[in-house]
Design a protein around this ligand. Structure first.
Ligand code: C2O
Ligand code: CU
Ligand code: CU
Length: 548
């Protein structure tokens, strides 16, 4: 039996004229009791923005030659300001949804792909039934109504599917889009708007000779995660942003890749000016020599082209870093290898194709109240610890793997509490003897996984980073403990991280421990935390936490 959410319903015609049939809530596989279905749309909920979003199968041109079969989001605005939905018909990237803090939004999500799915609003603080929990998947042909008030700060958020076991392939096939939130505090800063506020969604993909997307074939490759051989920017293979000389821009960077980590740097050596990260603007702009951007991370970058003449090109490249590891090229069909993770390559290029006059200047201060006072945490000196590791060929958190509704005491928190969690990537700490320590006595090379020697495989797994994401909250990063991180690796990347601001995903390098502080407020229920390497997530490196 399949689980249906209480808000899922079957649609027999276009909505509006739809006859709604409520599905009974049938128990999911790990044995929760049945719940009755409840009405789909709340008649008392008056949305400021009401839109339809569907996941559909399309053939679209990405490369020259044959079209590519993709699964993408398409949107239509039913009510609300035109600005709220930047349509994207025919593109690989989903529409950008723009909302203001305090607005009420309704999203009528229609699943028109041939498998189960559900949409998650990454970084957003929403009720459990609006969060896209894997137990809320709907079948092909069904609709799910989301209704929530935007409570987040101004920031760059995004949305993508979240069915267990299929998030990696669904995002890979094209299901992802940006959700931008603005608020009063941000409005007062007069940051670049309209054409000067640009999405830069970075994804790596691989295509076969018929221009069709190629995904992971073997479990061994899934262990590492997907690494493609081509970078797409906003779904385009032509990775050029045509901007105006003389103007200042806000570039909304999102690493929408399944597993790839970027070390971004302007090729001309100028620093990267970061003004925002995940769920907030920074307290003040920060200049970095390079920016580390793990999967699911966002960074808002200020780009000033006021002294750049027309006709120049400015390239954002990936700089090399020694995360050899699992980064070695993945064997693709036909024996080609993908772009190694830590190699040098072009990510995108800015081209000044015309000129304009600048209306924006970089504020020296951005937002206030960017921190939770650590002394308000109940467990500051005794944080909950969550250890992300390989265990007998499974990706686990504290030794456990995914269960749809499973939750244990150490994953249960109180509504209204402020807590510190210590997120630990224990892969590098356990295997210095390159032996059994990491895997326990069973060893990891049992069964049919014999294509690599135990030693190689071990070395590889020991160096797997885990970008850890917690739903429902935005946290502050109190500390990154790197005493167990390989020093050569740390030297190469350490200036690319930001601790300021409200974040929802933290890249744990092998051996890293990060202490994060957050408040659990407003909504009770089951939410998930997981590794945002989507292949790790799909393989079970995801758990529930419960707010009671
Ligand atoms: Cu962006 Cu649970 O995910
Ligand atoms: Cu999320
Ligand atoms: Cu991981």
């Amino acid at each position: 039996p399949k689980a249906f959410n209480r808000r899922a319903f079957l649609e027999t015609a276009g909505y509006g004229a739809a006859t709604l049939m409520l599905w009974p809530f049938i128990s999911s596989c790990d044995g929760q009791s049945s719940k009755a279905a409840s009405p789909v749309m709340d008649p008392d909920f008056i949305p400021d923005i009401d839109l339809e979003l569907s996941a559909v199968e399309r053939d679209i041109p990405i490369l020259s030659g044959p079209k590519t079969k993709v699964w993408v989001f398409e949107g239509d605005l039913i009510t609300g300001d035109k600005e709220a939905l930047q349509a994207s018909k025919g593109s690989y990237l989903g529409p950008t949804i723009k909302v203001r803090k305090g607005q009420k939004i309704r999203i009528r999500f229609q699943n028109n792909i041939p498998e189960e799915t559900i949409v998650h609003w990454h970084g957003m603080h929403v009720p459990a039934e609006d969060d896209g929990h894997p137990q809320d998947v709907i079948h092909s042909g069904e609709t799910y109504i989301y209704e929530y008030e935007v409570m987040n700060r101004a920031g760059t958020y995004w949305y993508h599917p979240h069915p267990h076991g299929r998030t990696g392939p669904q995002v890979y096939n094209g299901l992802a889009g940006l959700l931008l939130v603005t608020d009063e505090e941000e409005q007062q800063l007069n940051l670049p708007k309209g054409e000067f506020d640009r999405p830069v969604v970075i994804q790596d993909r691989s295509f076969d000779e018929d221009n069709q997307l190629v995904y992971i074939q073997s479990r061994m490759d899934s262990m590492r995660g997907f690494l493609g051989d081509k970078i797409l920017i906003n779904g385009n293979a032509e990775k050029v942003l045509n901007l105006k000389s003389g103007c200042a821009y806000r570039l909304r960077l999102l690493n929408g890749s399944n597993s790839r980590i970027y070390k971004l740097a302007w090729e001309d050596g100028s620093p990267i000016t970061v003004i925002g990260i995940d769920g907030s603007l920074l307290s003040a702009p920060k200049e970095l020599p390079y920016l580390m951007l793990g999967p699911a991370k966002r960074a808002d970058v200020w780009l000033d082209l006021s002294d750049k003449p027309e006709g120049i090109r400015l390239t954002m490249k990936n700089e090399s870093f020694p995360l050899e590891v699992m980064s070695g090229g993945m064997m693709m069909e036909g024996g080609e290898t993908s772009l190694p993770q830590g190699s040098e390559y072009e990510v995108f290029t800015v081209k000044t194709t015309s000129s304009g006059s600048n209306e924006y200047s970089l504020p020296q201060q951005l937002v206030k109240s960017n921190y939770i006072d650590p002394s308000t945490a109940e467990n500051l000196n005794n944080p909950r610890q969550f250890s992300f590791a390989m265990d007998h060929m499974d990706w686990t958190i504290n030794g456990r793997t995914w269960q749809t509704t499973g939750v244990v005491d150490e994953e249960t928190v109180k509504l209204g509490s402020t807590e510190v969690w210590e997120l630990i990537n224990s892969s590098a700490m356990m295997g210095n003897d390159s032996g059994g320590g990491m895997m326990g006595d069973g060893g990891m090379m049992g069964g049919d996984e014999g294509m690599m020697s135990g030693g190689d495989m071990m070395g590889n797994m020991m160096q797997m980073p885990h970008p850890v994401h917690i739903h429902q909250v935005q946290f502050n990063i109190l500390e990154r403990d790197v005493s167990d991180v390989d020093s050569q690796l740390w030297e190469a990347v350490k200036e690319g991280f930001i601790n300021d601001g409200w974040q929802d995903t933290v890249l744990l390098l092998p051996g890293m421990k990060a202490r994060v502080i957050m408040e659990f407020k407003d909504f009770k229920g089951l939410f998930v935390y997981h590794c945002h390497n989507l292949e790790h997530e799909d393989m079970g490196m995801m758990r529930n936490f419960k707010i009671t």
